[in-house]
Design a protein around this ligand. Structure first.
Ligand code: A3P
Length: 355
């Protein structure tokens, strides 16, 4: 496959037909592009990822770069705003003026669409998406923007500009010496809350075409058949680097329990000093209630294109431990076993789980 010719160390392989079948029949009948599996850990990515995999792996870095990385739905947006505001001396005006998506190019977003087949895709979408506010022109503009890899944009950023980069890629798909040059803030979250949040996220984005219930989704997620799983490999790769001076490893649950303490850790990491008053204001700004209404971070600007499903929002419950309401006894036991098994070969421990 194409991966072989690239200055990129991993091979891509197709999913097994029975895995494809399971995904399509239980949860996603109309996925825009197929999954492939990548490298020794078997990360699941969308096939267009192959086009920019090598450019990402080899991207030139700068000492002023700040990555905010996570497995998706782990509190990335929350951490992004927190990091950006501290790094930019609490410039709330600028944060309100420039949407978070513009402040942080999203390194891996392009893989959700295939730039070469956008027209065919739009034709299908026009027939299948029934969102009341669907607007083909606006929808198409969104797809075209997202489908473009951002590595050229990042390379073209003026040398005087500090680059903030969002990614859901695991460390092994990023430049191997990233932490020798750039900084990374990585956020991890209880995988049960992540699973619930991912499920609602795929319902939020109309093109996901999610038809299954949460149990069907959970079945895919914990069997490593959802985008960028295996979840634990993702987290462990970052956890192994947690003592690197250029890595700050955060847990969503710690932010949730004691936001001022996490703010102080981020400030220390970025070499900034904050007084109590500044910390209090930042806590208030970062509260879930404010986030829900903050147009710069809540993705509501996509609402009038039909990209977002009615009744679903990007900023959702914002709760640690909310998974309990979605797991039956069988799933709870399954999840406990799954977590236990995956923590056997690591000293990774989640702060809020009694191990
Ligand atoms: P829930 O779906 O459990 O509510 P990401 O930004 O990585 O996509 O993560 C999204 C998750 O973080 C969602 O979780 C979202 O509600 C939550 N979140 C976003 N902003 C938050 C905030 N200010 N406080 C707490 N949780 C927040």
């Amino acid at each position: 496959m194409a991966g072989k010719e690239l200055p990129f160390p991993y091979e891509f392989e197709e999913l097994k037909p029975e895995e494809e079948e399971l995904i399509r029949t239980t949860v996603y009948p109309t996925m825009p592009v197929p999954y492939v599996r990548l490298g020794p850990k078997g990360y699941i990515v969308f096939k267009p990822y192959m086009k920019d995999a090598a450019n990402i792996y080899n991207m030139p870095l700068r000492p002023t770069d700040v990555f905010v990385a996570s497995y998706q739905r782990s509190g990335t947006t929350w951490a992004q705003e927190l990091v950006w505001l501290i790094a930019n001396d609490l410039n709330y005006e600028k944060a309100a003026e420039i949407p978070l998506t513009h402040r942080y190019p999203f390194l891996d977003a392009f893989m959700y669409f295939d730039e070469d087949t956008i027209e065919e895709y739009l034709d299908t979408v026009t027939k299948t998406i029934v969102a009341e506010n669907f607007d083909r022109e606006k929808f198409s503009e969104f797809v075209r923007v997202v489908a473009k890899p951002v590595t050229p944009l990042l390379a073209a950023a003026p040398l005087t500009a500090k680059r903030f980069i969002k990614t859901h890629l695991p460390m092994s798909l990023l430049p191997p010496k990233l932490l020798d040059t750039a900084k990374m803030v990585y956020v991890a979250r209880d995988p049960r809350d992540v699973a619930v949040s991912c499920y609602y996220h795929t319902k939020l984005f109309t093109m996901g075409g999610c038809i299954g219930d949460f149990k069907a989704f959970w079945n895919l997620f914990h069997r490593d058949l959802f985008c960028l799983t295996p979840y634990f490999e993702h987290v462990k790769e970052a956890w192994e680097k947690r003592d690197d001076p250029n890595m700050l490893f955060l847990f969503y649950e710690d932010l949730s329990k004691d936001l001022p303490a996490s703010i102080r850790r981020v400030a220390d990491f970025l070499g900034k000093q904050l007084n109590e008053e500044q910390i209090n204001r930042l806590c208030d700004h970062l509260s879930i209630e404010n986030f829900k209404n903050n147009k710069s971070v809540n993705y509501e600007d996509l609402r009038d294109s039909g990209v977002l499903a009615n009744g679903e929002t990007f900023i959702r419950k914002g709760k640690a431990g909310g998974w309990r309401a979605y797991f039956d006894d069988e799933m709870t036991r399954q999840a406990e076993r799954w977590i236990e098994d995956n923590l056997l070969d690591t000293d990774l421990r989640f702060p809020h789980i009694r191990h």
